[in-house]
Design a protein around this ligand. Structure first.
Ligand code: DAH
Length: 341
């Protein structure tokens, strides 16, 4: 029995030395120290021993058990330490490795120009007004002195929402003028950027949806000189000092007198090229002195107040600012195009 215990001890200690997993160690604990384990089996046979031998073997068996228990608990610690080391190694973060770059977008060219335009006008004392894209015919046409029978009121030109032709997608930002004048008293100095809609086919210079920036100034003693001064200052800020403008007589129902404003071609500087179709000038907006009838219908006395207004195409402004020759590029959102700005 003595030899048997020595043998168990040797075997068990060897086995403990060789395992590397906690589960294997548990199995060894059961095998040697468990209720049905090898040491228990020896102790069960003690009855067959003599009275002198019994305590000696008992003591020996307890010693062997303690040895094995100690070896196992030491090994538990070793295994836990190794596991911790492995985890620390695998979770190690090298803070000096450069991060993965995140692709952030940037402003669309139209937003760049719109933000610049807003900054310039706000710097001149304008505030920003908004109006609905789904508009009442009353504001877009009636109050803007566009009478029944005018071509823009035709079904082939306008996106009507209702059969009775009282609601439609606005075809210009000018109705915001009427909305502002109805709710605000002079002095008024606003711009109103936004989307407008027309039944146009898509081509290099047309789109059924595009953007305008409307402007309106109403006060005592406002003249055409204020209009020219304001627009000239705007274009010099946007396109650079020395930018030349040209005011041509024109007709709009809501202004009298009316004009169209051209800016000298950015490509040829005015000598004539493909971009300006040989003209030397590029048309950018319509403008004029607010028609007395429009002031009156909006509740402002035209004998006391006068005003100027303008409406410019944001796509045109952007194309001219960056030398873009096809409007479709602005809407296609091809990143190879957008990345250039
Ligand atoms: N609404 C005009 C258009 O879409 C542009 C325009 C012309 C706006 C003259 C104005 C203006 O405010 O005074 O063609």
């Amino acid at each position: 029995m003595r030899e048997k215990l020595e043998q168990i001890k040797k075997e068990a200690l060897d086995a403990v030395k060789n395992v590397s997993l906690e589960a294997e160690l548990d199995a060894l604990r059961v095998k040697y120290l468990g209720k049905k384990g090898e040491i228990t089996a020896i102790l069960k046979q003690m009855g067959s021993l003599s009275a002198e031998e019994r305590p000696v073997i008992g003591q020996l068996a307890n010693g062997v058990r303690e040895n094995i228990e100690k070896a196992i608990s030491e090994k538990v610690k070793v295994i836990a330490e190794k596991a911790l080391e492995a985890r620390l190694e695998s979770e190690k973060i090298d803070v000096t490795i450069p991060g993965t770059p995140i692709n952030v977008g940037h402003k669309h060219p139209m937003s760049i120009v719109l933000d610049e335009a807003k900054d310039i006008f706000v710097g001149m004392g304008f505030s920003i007004a908004e109006g609905p894209e789904v508009e009442l015919t009353k504001y877009d046409f009636d109050m803007m002195n566009i009478p029944e029978g005018h071509t823009v009121r035709e079904w082939q030109d306008t996106f009507y929402i209702t059969e009775d032709e009282r609601v439609h997608l606005r075809c210009q930002t000018s109705p915001v003028q009427a909305r502002v004048m109805e709710s605000q008293k002079p002095p008024i100095r606003i711009i109103s950027p936004g989307r407008v809609y027309r039944k146009d086919e898509v081509d290099a210079t047309h789109s059924p949806m595009f953007h305008q920036i409307e402007g309106l100034v109403v006060d005592k003693g406002i003249t055409m000189a204020d209009l020219k001064g304001t627009l000239n200052a705007f274009f010099e800020k946007l396109y650079g000092e020395g930018t030349k403008t040209r005011f041509r007589p024109h007709h709009f129902p809501f202004t009298e007198p009316s004009c169209e404003v051209d800016v000298q071609c950015f490509m040829c500087g005015g000598t004539g090229c493909r971009t300006c179709k040989g003209e030397g000038w590029i048309e950018l907006l319509g403008a004029g002195m607010v028609h007395p009838k429009v002031l009156a219908v909006c509740g402002i006395d035209p004998d006391v107040y006068s005003g100027f207004a303008f409406g410019m195409g944001l796509e045109r402004l952007t194309m001219l600012r960056f030398g873009i020759d096809d409007m479709r590029l602005i809407f296609e959102n091809d990143v190879r195009f957008l990345n250039q700005f």
